[in-house]
Design a binder for this molecule. Structure first.
Ligand SMILES: [Zn+2]
Length: 103
C-alpha cells in the first residue's frame, strides 16, 4: 500500500475482520480467565468449591468426564492453546449439563 492513499474497501473490510477476530479471541481468553479464577466447579448446577485455584471442576465432576476429554483439557491448558482449551471446557460442561456424564 502506498503512503497517503486512502485504504480501499477491501482493506477496510480486512481491518474490520481482523478486529472482529481479536474481539472474539479476547472474549474467549476472558472466559478462560474467569474459569481459572473461579473458586467453584465449572459444572453449571454444581457450585462446589474446587480443591484449589486453577482447578476446573470439583473432583467428582472432573472424574466423571471421559479420560480423553480430560487429557485434551490438561494438554491444551499446559500448551497455552486458549481456543482448544475453551472448546474442550465447553464440551465438558455441555456433557455434564446435558446429563450425559456426571453425578
Ligand atoms: Zn462439580
Amino acid at each position: 500500500m502506498r503512503m497517503g492513499v486512502r485504504p480501499s474497501a477491501r482493506q477496510l473490510a480486512a481491518r474490520e475482520r481482523h478486529a472482529a477476530i481479536s474481539r472474539a479471541a479476547w472474549r474467549r481468553a476472558e472466559a478462560v480467565r474467569a474459569v481459572m479464577l473461579a473458586p467453584e466447579c465449572a459444572a453449571t448446577e454444581c457450585g462446589a468449591r474446587v480443591a484449589q485455584r486453577g482447578h476446573l471442576m470439583c473432583r467428582d465432576h472432573w472424574l466423571s468426564l471421559p479420560l480423553e476429554l480430560r487429557l485434551v483439557i490438561l494438554r491444551s491448558q499446559a500448551a497455552g492453546h486458549v481456543r482448544s482449551y475453551q472448546d474442550a471446557v465447553t464440551a465438558a460442561v455441555d456433557l455434564i449439563d446435558n446429563g450425559r456424564v456426571g453425578l
